[in-house]
Ligand binder design. Structure first.
Ligand SMILES: Nc1nc2c(ncn2[C@@H]2O[C@H](COP(=O)(O)OP(=O)(O)OP(=O)(O)O)[C@@H](O)[C@H]2O)c(=O)[nH]1
Ligand SMILES: [Mg+2]
Length: 428
C-alpha cells in the first residue's frame, strides 16, 4: 500500500495485444480504460502500445522482438512502470522484469492498487489487503529469483530461496489472520442486518463511474463521495429512502464493477457485496453517455450472476442523459430495454418517474397477508415483527388475527414458522 504513494506521477507505458479474436476498436477501448485506471492510481501514461499478434507469447505476452524494442523506449524515456492490459503469468512477469528492469504490473495488480489507495474503512482495508496478498503469493518468486540470479555468483541462491519460503509463510499467516478478522466483521454486520430484515432492500449496482453515488445522494440526501475517478466508492452505505405509503425502504450504495475484476477481490469483498446479493431490488445504474455502455451492462450482469446474486427484481437506470446529443440512442434504449428508465442524476432529470417506477416495483415485491394464531402461537409474534411490517393485530377470545406486509421471501418464512408451530390453516 505504501507503493502507491511512490507511484504518484510515475511515467507509465501501457501495452495491449490485438489477438485474432479481438476487434481493434475494442482493444483500443480497453486500453483507454486502462489509462483511466492508471490515472486513478496516479500514473502518467506516456505511451500506449498495441501489438497485433495471432496469440499471446507464453514467455513475454507480446513478441520477444517487440518486448526488446519497448525496453529501449522505456529506457530512453525514463518510464517507471509498464502496465499490461491482460493478466500475466508469473513466468511472463519474471521475464519482462528482467528485460525491462522496471516494475511490471498487470490489470488485476493495478485494480488492486487502486482499491488499496481508495480503502478508507477497516473493513475495506482488510478486504483489499487479503486480495492483494492472495494475488501476490504465486508471484512471489519473481523478485527473489531475479535477485538470486543476478547475484548468483556470490552464492545467494540458497538464502534467496529460504527467504521466499519465509516470506510465503509470513504471507500465509497474515492471510489466515485477515480471513479471521473478516469473519468477525461479517458476523457483526449480520447482527446489524437482523433489524433490517423486514424492510425492502434496494441496492445500487453498476459499472464504476456510472453515477451510483450521485443518484444515492440525490435520493437520500446523503453525502457519499462521488468523483470522476474510478472506484470512488469501496464500502457500502445504507440509508432510508422516504417513500410515502411504505413504512421503510432501505437503499444501499456500494462498490462498482469493471471488466476483469480480479476474482480474489470479489471473494474478499463478499460481505460488502452481500448488500447487492441480498437486495430485493437492484437498481442497475448505467452511464448512457459512455460509448461502450452496452459492454458495461454485460460486465455487470455477468458479475452479478458470477457471485450468485439472488435479487428478486432489477430496474435498469440509464444515467447521464444530459450528456447525450444523439436522440436515436435514447430511442434505441427505450425500445430495447423494457424494464428501464432514463435519467440524469446530476441534473435531477426524470427522477420522479424513477421513483414512481420504483414504487410500483416495491408494491410488487410486497405481499399482504392475514393469519390467525392461537394464543399459544403468539410466541411467534416477536419473530414475525422482525420479518414483517405488522399492519394490525386483533385479539379475539381465543385467537389473534394478524395482518402483515412482507417481502415474498419473508412471507414464506412466516408461513413456514406458523405451520411448524401448529397445524394452523393460513388463508392466502
Ligand atoms: N453529465 C453527468 N455526469 C454525471 C451524472 N451523474 C453522475 N455524474 C458524474 O459522473 C462521475 C461519477 O459519479 P459517481 O456518482 O461517483 O459514480 P459511481 O457510480 O458512484 O462511481 P464509483 O463509486 O467510482 O464506482 C462524477 O463526476 C459525477 O459528477 C449525470 O447525470 N450526468
Ligand atoms: Mg460511488
Amino acid at each position: 500500500m505504501i507503493e502507491i504513494q511512490k507511484k504518484i506521477k510515475e511515467k507509465a507505458m501501457l501495452v495491449a495485444l490485438n489477438t485474432k479474436d479481438r476487434s481493434k476498436y475494442l482493444v483500443e477501448e480497453h486500453l483507454s480504460e486502462l489509462e483511466e485506471l492508471a490515472d486513478t492510481a496516479g500514473a502518467d501514461t506516456i505511451f500506449k502500445i498495441v501489438q497485433s499478434r495471432s496469440r499471446f507469447d507464453p514467455a513475454y505476452y507480446i513478441g520477444k522482438g517487440k518486448a526488446e524494442e519497448l525496453a529501449q523506449l522505456v529506457e530512453l524515456n525514463d518510464i517507471a512502470l509498464v502496465i499490461f492490459d491482460d493478466d500475466l503469468t508469473s513466468v511472463q512477469v519474471r521475464n519482462l522484469e528482467r528485460l525491462f528492469n522496471r516494475k511490471i504490473i498487470d490489470r488485476s495488480g493495478l485494480i488492486l492498487d487502486i482499491f488499496a489507495l481508495r480503502a478508507k474503512t477497516k473493513e475495506a482495508k482488510t478486504q483489499v489487503e487479503l486480495a492483494q496478498l492472495q494475488y501476490m503469493l504465486p508471484r512471489l518468486t519473481r523478485a527473489w529469483t531475479h535477485l538470486s540470479k543476478q547475484y548468483g555468483g556470490i552464492g545467494t541462491k540458497g538464502p534467496g530461496e529460504t527467504q521466499i519460503e519465509t516470506d510465503r509463510r509470513l504471507i500465509r499467516n497474515r492471510i489466515s489472520h485477515l480471513k479471521e478478522q473478516l469473519k468477525r466483521i461479517e458476523s457483526h454486520r449480520e447482527t446489524q442486518n437482523k433489524g433490517r430484515q423486514k424492510h425492502i432492500r434496494i441496492s445500487l449496482a453498476g459499472y464504476t463511474n456510472a453515477g451510483k453515488s450521485t443518484l444515492f445522494n440525490l435520493l437520500t440526501s446523503a453525502n457519499v463521495f462521488a468523483e470522476d475517478k474510478l472506484f470512488a466508492t469501496l464500502d457500502s452505505t445504507t440509508r432510508t429512502l422516504e417513500l410515502k405509503s411504505f413504512e421503510k425502504v432501505l437503499i444501499s450504495d456500494t462498490v462498482g464493477f469493471i471488466r476483469k475484476l480480479p476474482p480474489h477481490l470479489i471473494a474478499s469483498f463478499k460481505s460488502t457485496l452481500d448488500e447487492v446479493r441480498n437486495a430485493d431490488i437492484i437498481l442497475h445504474v448505467i452511464d448512457l453517455s459512455h460509448p461502450f455502455y452496452e459492454d458495461h451492462i454485460k460486465t455487470v450482469d455477468d458479475t452479478l450472476k458470477g457471485f450468485g446474486s439472488n435479487s428478486k427484481s432489477e430496474l435498469k437506470v440509464f444515467n447521464k442523459v444530459d450528456a447525450i446529443d444523439d436522440k436515436s440512442k435514447i430511442e434505441y434504449v427505450r425500445n430495447t430495454y423494457k424494464n428501464s428508465v432514463i435519467i440524469s442524476a446530476q441534473k435531477g432529470l426524470n427522477i420522479l418517474k424513477l421513483i414512481d417506477i420504483l414504487k410500483a416495483v416495491i408494491e410488487n415485491s410486497y405481499i399482504e397477508k392475514e393469519i390467525s394464531l392461537t394464543l399459544d402461537e403468539t410466541k411467534l409474534l416477536s419473530q414475525i415483527h422482525t420479518l414483517a411490517e405488522v399492519i394490525s393485530i386483533d385479539y379475539n377470545e381465543d385467537r389473534v388475527m394478524l395482518k402483515f406486509r412482507a417481502n415474498k421471501t419473508n412471507a414464506k418464512i412466516i408461513s413456514n414458522l406458523v405451520l411448524k408451530t401448529s397445524k394452523n390453516q393460513i388463508p392466502v
